[in-house]
Design a protein around this ligand. Structure first.
Ligand SMILES: [Zn+2]
Length: 243
């Protein structure tokens, strides 16, 4: 009987106590769309959670001790060794401890959820940053020349002959005019040719030199650029137009 009644009172005061904690808690200031610096936000969430976990463990211990004290005093009271009032006082203490425990559990749960959100947000931001770095690096490693702005079939035929003479192998053409890949990327690749050579390889440098000397436009891709090319290659002709 006493137990049920005290539990109910306990949960009422737990709610009141929780309200106070939430008003005081910095958790409230956090929002996923916050533009505050990322790392401090994650650190704050981690610190909040660590603090809440410590408080929860302390509240658990306190509630356990208070419960044990009640049991002890009840036994002593049954043997007539302590006053009824002592038992009642211990019961009140245990009630308060349970209320604090319930509040600490709720605060810990909220802090844990906030931390999970902060981690997810940080991970997404880091991924965006990695993406931007990739693009930036790739852009740095693109060399282009508009030359005379002209590239014809006879230019290509002459290049193929010269390349084969020089290296004893056919020019590795990976895309001749429009291809499904370029179509998928939304690029008009008509009148353009891709050569599967790394611009920094011996053959690649030779081809670029050849094109530069003759004023033939090219773009040398040393890296992948999302939405633009699918890896290192030399594009001959003016840049592809967006369709
Ligand atoms: Zn191309």
């Amino acid at each position: 009987m006493t137990k049920w009644r005290s539990r109910e009172t306990g949960s009422r005061s737990a709610r009141a106590f929780l309200g106070v904690l939430l008003l005081l808690s910095p958790l409230h200031a956090q929002s996923p769309s916050s533009s505050a610096p990322l790392v401090p936000e994650l650190q704050r969430a981690e610190a909040n959670w660590a603090h809440a976990s410590t408080a929860l463990r302390a509240a658990e211990e306190e509630a356990q001790k208070a419960e044990e004290k009640v049991e002890r005093l009840r036994a002593l009271y049954a043997r007539g060794l302590v006053a009824r009032r002592d038992v009642e006082w211990a019961e009140l203490e245990a009630q308060t401890a349970r209320a604090r425990l319930a509040a600490a559990q709720e605060v810990e749960r909220l802090a844990r959820e906030a931390l999970a959100r902060a981690r997810e947000y940080a991970e997404r931001a880091a991924e965006r940053e990695r993406q931007q770095h990739r693009v930036a690096r790739a852009l740095v490693r693109v060399a282009r020349s508009y030359g005379q702005g002209r590239f014809t079939m006879s230019d290509l035929a002459a290049l193929m002959r010269a390349y084969e003479r020089r290296f004893g192998l056919p020019l590795p053409i990976s895309a001749f005019g429009q291809t499904p890949t370029h179509h998928r990327l939304g690029l008009d690749h008509r009148g353009r040719v891709d050569i599967a050579l790394h611009p920094e390889s011996e053959q690649g440098r030779w081809v670029i030199e050849y094109l530069a000397q003759r004023g033939i436009p090219y773009i040398a891709f040393s890296d992948e650029i999302p939405g633009s090319s699918t890896g290192a290659h030399i594009h001959i002709g003016l840049p592809s137009l967006r369709k």
